[in-house]
Design a protein around this ligand. Structure first.
Ligand code: DQA
Length: 149
């Protein structure tokens, strides 16, 4: 099984640790990535990490992703709710993806309940904090194992 998974964070997620802990927890992005790296290795996956506050850079990373990974864990932050550009770039990538949100977006403001990437994702995990990344990696591991047959 090819198990290279890119974990991509979007706008404002570099401020984890100082953002509202009631929604986003207390881990910094670096601490969260270390945790996710452990989950990935427990599942036999090989993770890589990316974060940007620039929408075009996020799109370009999605364009490049098929060249270096087999699946995606995406937390695009607020772009989730309105970036058709990121939705289209995900479609271009053709990769299996799971959408993750630290907070329970469907239980917050109305505008956060919309996700333009959900229909292209094989799963969506929200409201479980960093644990949600473990669930997302498990879904992708199962999908990649199926693909091998
Ligand atoms: C988020 C939820 C988004 O609504 C928000 O804009 C974020 C983080 C989450 O992980 O809960 O930046 O994606």
């Amino acid at each position: 099984m090819r198990g290279r998974v890119a974990i991509m964070h979007g706008v404002n997620l570099d401020t984890l640790g100082s953002r509202n802990p009631a929604h986003y927890g207390t881990l910094t992005l670096t601490e969260l990535e270390a945790r996710v790296r452990t989950y990935a290795s427990e599942l036999g996956l090989d993770p890589s990490f990316f974060q940007t506050n620039h929408e075009g850079e996020f799109c370009e990373e999605l364009h490049a992703a098929p060249g270096y990974c087999d699946a995606l864990v995406l937390n695009p932050g607020a772009w989730t709710h309105y970036s058709w550009a990121i939705r289209d770039a995900l479609e271009v990538s053709g990769l299996p993806a799971v959408e993750v949100h630290l907070s329970a977006v469907d239980e917050r403001e109305e505008w956060r309940r919309v996700s333009v990437i959900r229909e292209l994702s094989i799963g969506s995990v929200q409201g479980k904090g960093v644990e949600g990344y473990r669930e997302a990696l498990g879904l992708l591991r199962d999908r990649l194992a199926e693909a091998v047959g």
